[in-house]
Design a protein around this ligand. Structure first.
Ligand code: FAD
Length: 230
């Protein structure tokens, strides 16, 4: 969806959940009438705080789910500390949301989704929507993570069993030098696709975009969600 700016959409925390070794999801009541597409992000703010401004998080929940969820690595910044300590009933708000970069699946076209670490968040949303709507889209998810603590792996693997045109490859990168990582990626990319989506930390997104361009993928067929330098 195009970005909707300068709003104050109230959010109420429902619960938090630790996921994997060092990550967390926060679930919110879905505000009445709040519409979004898988791949969209929200800019989250605390109503009563000394923090200066909000932060952007992809929605890891799907539009087909009743609650909203965001997922992130546990961190030490003042913002993260506050986010990690929210309790059911706490109030936050969304100041803007959507997506400017066409980061939405087109289920009529074949797609490759490349996640780096927590960059899997928007892809969880997309795959869950395919599963809930029983859409037979040709999708390949390549999930790179430092360790083999792949977030959402159990549910992704269940959904894959019901979506014959979805393939998922998990790559743990901690013992791979850059060249070996690129070789693995290149091997997995031989099938080709109409569209490529990359999400994760800036360095991973930039390196992967270069790799795709070197393979001859047109820039217009690459959609990126760059999470910055965290
Ligand atoms: C479109 C988009 C979607 C995104 N989606 C997600 C998502 O789904 N999940 C997600 O986790 N992130 C997502 N991000 C990134 C997110 O907005 C934050 O930048 C990220 O969570 C890091 O926030 P932070 O507060 O930990 O660190 P930042 O404030 O961004 O700082 C970066 C790093 O600097 C260091 N640092 C900064 N301040 C301090 C301090 N006071 N003390 C010590 N060290 C410090 C820390 O190592 C920190 O990790 C997204 C970003 C964009 C633009």
């Amino acid at each position: 969806m195009p970005v909707t700016k300068n709003v104050q959409v109230g959010l109420t925390v429902l619960r938090t959940q630790l996921i994997g070794d060092n990550s967390m999801s926060v679930y919110f009541e879905r505000p009445i009438g709040f519409q979004f597409e898988a791949g969209d992000w929200i800019d989250i703010n605390f109503a009563d705080t000394n923090l200066n401004g909000g932060k952007v998080y992809s929605l890891s929940s799907s539009p087909t789910e009743s609650d909203l969820a965001i997922s992130f690595r546990i961190g030490i910044t003042p913002f993260k500390r506050q986010l990690q300590s929210v309790k059911p009933g706490d109030k936050l708000y969304i100041s803007q949301y959507g997506n400017d970069y066409g980061f939405q699946l087109n289920d009529k076209r074949s797609s490759v989704l490349i996640a780096g670490g927590i960059g899997v968040a928007p892809f969880r949303s997309m795959v869950k929507e395919l599963y809930d709507k029983k859409v037979r889209a040709d999708v390949q998810l390549i999930y790179l993570n430092k360790t083999d603590d792949f977030l959402f792996k159990t549910e992704l693997d269940i959904w894959r069993q019901h979506l014959p045109q979805l393939s998922i490859d998990y790559i743990a990168t901690k013992d791979l030098k850059r060249k070996a990582r690129e070789q693995q990626l290149n091997k997995l990319l031989t099938k080709g696709a109409n569209r490529y989506y990359i999400a994760g930390a800036e360095a991973m997104v930039d390196a992967t975009e270069h790799l795709l361009i070197n393979r001859g993928v047109a820039v217009r067929d690459i959609r990126i969600d760059s999470f910055g330098t965290y």
